[in-house]
Design a protein around this ligand. Sequence first.
Ligand SMILES: [Zn+2]
Length: 236
Amino acid sequence: MNFPLYWRDQQAMRWPATVVASAPDGVTLDESAFYPGGGGQPADVGVLEWGGVFTRVEGVSAAGALVPVEGDPAPPVGTAVVARLDDVRRRSLMRTHSALHVVCGVVFRDFAALVTGSNMEPLTGRMDFNLPEVPDGFKTDLERIVNEEIARDRAITARVVSRDVALADSDVMRTAKHLIPEQVEQVRIIDVEGLDAQADSGTHVASTRQIGEVSITKVESKGKGFRRVRVVLPTA
Ligand SMILES: [Zn+2]
């Protein structure tokens, strides 16, 4: 099975490729590191360079094609391009995504709460938890413990396993009960060593120290047992 470039190399930000399908509203490359979006992480943006022309990419369609900014020309089929991600934005998203997994691991381990949803933009994210009682000092304690775990520089690794292996892994399944569609045969798992394991298609930094020191800016109550934690990261 040929996995996408953003799985094989999470650091790929610039690569040569050939256009295999082309329309004004969608370009498909033979090789793409543009993350298509999913799991709370937005799609990448970037640019395709070909023969002195720059085609800006504003996102990825539901069908997986790169969407040019309106008015930018789509390179024809067969064109050799150099594709580039907006690497500052992507790197920020990788750090943000990894930060949310650390928060998830800490909230489960130390506060026995399960994540119910998450979303992010570069350098800011939210996680929703089922936590009936919010303990005194929760926000301060959570921020302190999360930053202690980040400072431990835990490795963050990706592996792909069969659906059966994923379903048998209780750590993975506590966050994924309803999240692995039946047709999915291979499941990618992101491990924050010793802290968290989740089925996840997103892109991550290689170790927790690369996240930087985070702030827990808000803990909101959105309903019975429904808590929303907001996380903000430093720019670098
Ligand atoms: Zn994730």
